[in-house]
Design a protein. Sequence first.
Length: 456
Amino acid sequence: MADLERAKVLIELRRLGEAREQLAAVLAAEPDNAEAATYLAQAAYLDQRYREAVEQSAAALRIQPRNQFALRIHALALLNTDDAGRWQAQQVARQVVAMGPEFAENHRILAIVLRECGQLPEALVAIDRAVELDPDEADIHVARGSILRRMGRCGNGFRTGPAAEAYRTALRLEPESAYAVHDLAIVELNGHRLRNALRGVLKAAAMDPGLGDLVRTNVATVIRHAIRRMHWVLTAVGFVALTLGGLYDTVAPVPLDSSYAHAVYESQDLPAPQLIPVGPEGVAQDSGVPQPTSPIPTAAPAPGSGVVSRGTEVLPESAPSATRPPAASESAYPSNNVGGHDDSAKVPTPPPGDRSSSAADTNDPTRLSAVGRGVGAIGMGLIVLVSLWWLTAIPRRRWRFVLRAAWSSPPTALRLVVFGVGLLVCVLSVATGLRVFLSIAEPSLLALGIILRRIA
């Protein structure tokens, strides 16, 4: 019996190989020891030797047909064989409940078997009965949380659901339960609370190194979901930046009576122009602007020049009496003729940033407008900040583990490469102002996002 008790301790310590050797020695000495056969079946089941567990539990039941512990091991082992074994597992689980309906563990095993067979509503009824019988057993709440998770009761990104509450109850009863921590992280993942999910699976791996392979798979899954979300955010930012990058401000011509035009004339010591309305006959009308009353002195015409003097005005002989509107080549601006150069045709122009004549230069279709570049810079800056915030969820000693888990999953690695290249090209387009990079990156991100959604 000392060897049997030692074997039980070894099973608790998960030293399954040594436990099986001890139990085999006991059965060699006592072939009819049903307890030893049952524990040997349990060690084989925990070591994932399901066929051996079925054989050993069946041997124990031949010795003690009403051994409920052996029946529970037999049901779980059959569950992991094939479809026929699943059907037999249901029959065995119902049999053990009928044999001992007052035991919560029997209802828990039935709930697990029904859960794996896809009969979730009936499984929930069985596990609720187990909770009524033993509300302080953490494993029962873990099983209940797994059933609720498969039923989709995980909550959403803003509030948790009953599945998370079941796992939290299990953790209150047994804080060191790595399975409860891990399954709670999966609930967070299903509820789209990705950062909490990543922290949970990493914590479960630290609590139980035996969960390493399972944790690596789920870490890659969490990162893939996060990168998928960031991929679509980057696609939206690129689309908005590309759309706004084609909008330019059109600059209206500067009016002659504007403050800017007056400032230009004052800087050149010239009188500001006065706008005089012109009638249909080309005769200036009264505009309410005071005109000079003193005649303008003129020099006497030379004899034979063909110019006659009329009072104080000097007109050509052939000129009509009505004033003639200026020709297109003549300027309506005051003359600033210095050194023999006629600057009367020069029109004051606004600074380079406000000139309408430079619209062709600033409205370059190959470049992004200032608005597009600004929106793109803000959006991509937020993406970088969110990425840095995500990194704070990973302990520094676990960074290498997370990177290996991500690159070991081809779908996750592909997502990372596509997102990284897309972000680099978008940042390059915003930094240089060239539309060509964003014009290539945005539709490529959209197409790859649709494709990767189906395969990764």
